[in-house]
Every structure is written in C-alpha cells, then in structure tokens.
Ligand binder design. Structure first.
Ligand SMILES: Nc1ncnc2c1ncn2[C@@H]1O[C@H](COP(=O)(O)OP(=O)(O)OP(=O)(O)O)[C@@H](O)[C@H]1O
Ligand SMILES: [Mg+2]
Length: 238
C-alpha cells in the first residue's frame, strides 16, 4: 500500500497528490459558534464513517491529551475575567502543540481519518479577531503550534447567535455546565459568527458552510452529502 504523507503540503499540491494516493486520508474539523451543534454532528459523523468502514479518531480542542485536559480546565472552568485574551491565546496554542504532536499527527501517520471538534480556526476567530489579539498574530501562532498542519475539510456550522444560545439554555437546563463563553452577551456571539464567515470566505478551498439552523437529521444529511464523494473513492479503492 502506498501511503503518501500529504498533510504538510500546500492545497494545490495536495489535490494533485490525492489523485496518486492509493488511500484517501482526511483531517476534518468542525467549527462554529458555541451551541451551534458541533459535538452533536461530530457524533453523527463518527457513526457515519464507522458504517462506511472508516473508524476515525475523534478528538477535540481544547483537550485530547492529559496536558490539554489540564489546560481545558483553566480555560473553560474558571471565571472568564481571570484569563486575559492574550493568556487564552497562548493556552490554546500550548494545548494545540501538545495535541498535534501527541494525538493528531500520529493518527494521520497511521493512516487514520481524524475528526476534531474545533481546531485553529477557533483561535483565529475568538482570540485573534473578536478578542483583539490580531488575526495575523493568531495565524502565525497557529502555524507554529501545528508545524504547518492544516485540515483538509472544515465544516462551519452556521446559525444565528440567538438560536445557538437557545440551544445552550436547553442543553444546560439538563446536564452540561455553562462555560465562560456561554455567559457572554449575544453581541459577542454575533461577532464570532461574523468572524467565522469572514475566514471561511478567505479559505474557500477548505471550508464547507453548513446551515445549522436545520434539524439534527437535516444537518447530518448536508454533511454526509459533502463527504460522500470521499467515501465512494475510498470504497472503490478497497
Ligand atoms: N440542529 C439542532 N436543532 C436543535 N437542537 C440541536 C441541534 N443540534 C444540536 N442541538 C442541541 O443543541 C445543544 C447544543 O448542541 P452541541 O452541544 O452539539 O453544540 P456545540 O456546538 O458542541 O456546543 P459547544 O460550543 O458549547 O461545545 C444540545 O442540547 C443539542 O442536543
Ligand atoms: Mg461541543
């Protein structure tokens, strides 16, 4: 089996390489405002891939390693006021450096598909654009912390901030604790949505914008439609 390690190549090279690879290998990320339904869809997506005979590695940011889980606790469970945006930026990048080295990169090297619930686009959007640390600064740190690793496909789950906040209210009324971003006002979440759409517009080759105002099943179908060509390709090669 020919395995070509294509994750550090520029997108233009990547598409050429994919044609000569014997096995399609993908790194997929899910992004979107808090409460838009990322984790719900990651779960559905995992089931779909398993059914297609491609059991993926599922991971998330922040977290995914022991170090990352410790960083996650600092980031998400302290009072937001005590973690400045600059501190947040470094903590997310520290988490990512560990996560890429320890989890994502080794899985890709073993030929696994990797699905990550948030990745570096979240840092560009939250800390870089909306919290004012600079889009270019965030992108440079992203490059350092990932050693240049880029997702092949990023699903941006897009819905109005009000709708996502309603979903969070219902969710938190049942089990999950609110994190510090959930407590911020609606305007913050609107800015996050706008910033995500802005970077999606700059990276059209990688981003697939999904209408997340639909039902869970309908969103799953949209995502399934975008991924099915890759599943067919994999199938025809087995
Ligand atoms: N399409 C949908 N329609 C209605 N409710 C949904 C939809 N998708 C997810 N939900 C519900 O909305 C809540 C938030 O979903 P989920 O936890 O998947 O979002 P998330 O984007 O992962 O949130 P966070 O950013 O906090 O991690 C959950 O209670 C989930 O069951
Ligand atoms: Mg989630």
């Amino acid at each position: 089996m020919l395995m070509i390690n294509s994750k550090f190549l520029e997108p233009a090279c990547l598409s050429v390489m994919k044609n000569v690879e014997k096995e399609i290998l993908l790194f997929i990320t899910f992004e979107g405002i808090d409460g838009c339904g990322k984790s719900t869809q990651v779960e559905r997506f995992e089931a779909r891939l398993k059914k297609a005979g491609i059991p993926p590695l599922i991971t998330r940011e922040p977290g995914g390693t022991e170090t990352g889980d410790a960083i996650r606790k600092i980031l998400l469970h302290l009072d937001g006021e005590s973690v400045t945006p600059l501190t947040q930026l470094f903590l997310y990048e520290a988490d990512r450096a560990q996560h890429v080295t320890e989890v994502i990169r080794p899985a890709l090297d073993l030929g696994k598909w990797v699905v990550c619930d948030r990745f570096y686009d979240a840092t560009t959007v939250y800390q870089g654009i909306v919290q004012g640390q600079g889009e270019d600064v965030a992108e440079r740190l992203n490059y350092l912390s990932t050693s240049g690793l880029n997702p092949d496909i990023t699903f941006l789950l897009d819905c109005p901030a009000e709708m996502a906040m309603e979903r969070i209210k219902i969710r938190d009324g049942t089990t999950k604790k609110r994190d510090m971003f959930d407590k911020k006002d609606i305007e913050f979440h609107r800015k996050i949505r706008h910033a995500y759409l802005s970077i999606a517009g700059k990276h059209k080759d990688r981003f697939k914008i999904i209408d997340a105002s639909l039902s869970v099943d309908e969103i799953e179908e949209q995502i399934g439609g975008k991924i099915s060509p890759y599943l067919i390709e994999n199938d025809s090669m087995s």
